[in-house]
Ligand binder design. Structure first.
Ligand SMILES: [Zn+2]
Length: 70
């Protein structure tokens, strides 16, 4: 299978899954990159904030790398 065909297959799968999900993906060469973090609790996409990720579905919050103390 050619590179382009492979990408099209994934695109079809992702598109079929959900149009909402689609915008969280990015196609780079022959790879589909997930741009958003997924909630480890419920599997939904998490919203990215300045210092944390939060899940709008179950309320799970994950803070980004901890503060560097002395
Ligand atoms: Zn969640």
């Amino acid at each position: 299978m050619r590179k382009e065909e492979r990408v099209n297959e994934v695109v079809k799968l992702v598109r079929h899954a959900s149009t909402q999900v689609w915008k969280f993906y990015e196609i780079k060469e022959d790879k589909i990159l997930l741009r958003r973090k997924k909630c480890p609790r419920c599997g939904s996409f998490m919203a990215e904030h300045e210092n944390r990720f939060s899940c709008g579905k179950c309320g799970y919050t994950e803070f980004k790398t901890s503060i560097k103390g002395p």
